[in-house]
Design a protein around this ligand. Structure first.
Ligand code: MN
Length: 297
């Protein structure tokens, strides 16, 4: 097994400080998870309106939002409007191919004074013809065992399964540890894994990991016969376990687009900036919403 420690880059997204964990130098993907932002925890001060992400597009990926604190309103070009609250997942699928895409906005709900969330992207298998869609998951499998609360946000773990739509085998589990202990995390064959510390401290293979540090595990089968990942967590520790099968093809990423190659990315930039219909639009009181401009590759 190869173990890498990834440290966050600090960014600002729609007015909120975020810790960007993926892509990260040499490490671009964990399974099909290709982007990972840990947003907040943030309290909005003064006349801050919180998170305000304007209309922007996506291609060949799913946006996956796991909400921990606060409320965010999602609106997309398919006509969906959905508020996401703590303990819920929003999953938006851009579809695949040069004629498919989606666009959306994300805004803190008026009067809401905080935000804590993890937003990930999942690269879609581009050999499959996938249609744009949006799904909201208000309840997910959650249980507590020996002072540890697990929530499955996607995939299956410990004999339980979330309904979250998948196009490749993936796992997301939120883990909150109240009392210090050693944990044996179930490991699935053929998966790569990432463990993102959100609060507290985790020790893995003799090394300490703090908030906004990610343990990246690849080649998990090699010299590992136990089928578990063993780690030690301090009391009051919160982390996210993500995993999945490696992608069947390489991907490149630019702004909010994923593709097989740069030609596909350039086409998406051109299409978005020229109002191509593949991305749809959102109207507010009959008027087209203003768009963020895609930077030229
Ligand atoms: Mn987005």
């Amino acid at each position: 097994m190869s173990v890498d420690k990834l440290i966050a880059h600090e960014k600002d997204v729609g007015g909120i400080p975020v810790a960007r964990m993926l892509p990260n130098h040499g490490k671009r993907t964990i399974g099909a998870w290709c982007f990972l932002d840990h947003a907040g925890p943030a309290i909005f001060e003064g006349d801050s309106k919180g998170l305000q992400v304007g209309l922007h597009p996506h291609t060949n990926l799913q946006t996956f939002t796991w909400m921990l604190e606060g409320e965010v309103l999602h609106k997309d070009s398919l006509g969906n409007e959905q508020t996401i609250r703590p303990g819920q997942v929003n999953l938006m699928t851009a579809g695949t191919g040069e004629n498919k895409g989606i666009s959306h906005t994300e805004q803190s709900v008026e009067g809401c004074d905080r935000l804590h969330a993890v937003q990930l992207w999942i690269a879609l298998p581009m050999d499959a013809a996938i249609e744009p869609s949006f799904h909201h998951y208000p309840t997910l499998p959650i249980w507590t065992e020996q002072g540890v609360t697990y929530t499955i946000t996607t995939g299956q773990y410990a004999g339980r399964q979330a309904d979250t739509l998948q196009y490749s085998r993936l796992l997301g589990v939120d883990v909150q540890v109240s009392t210090a202990q050693e944990l044996q995390l179930e490991q699935q064959k053929g998966f790569e894994y990432g463990i993102l510390v959100l609060r507290g401290r985790v020790k893995f293979a003799g090394e300490d990991y703090h908030p906004n540090e990610l343990i990246s595990l690849s080649n998990c089968e090699r010299d590992n016969t136990t089928n578990t990942l063993c780690l030690i967590a301090d009391a009051d520790t919160h982390f996210m376990l993500i995993g999945g099968e490696p992608l069947p093809h390489p991907t490149v990423i630019w702004w909010n687009f994923i593709d097989r190659d740069h030609a596909g990315l350039r086409q998406s930039v051109e299409d978005w900036n020229n109002h191509d219909r593949r991305f749809g639009d959102i109207r507010l009181d009959g008027t087209l919403l203003e768009r963020l401009i895609a930077p030229i590759l």
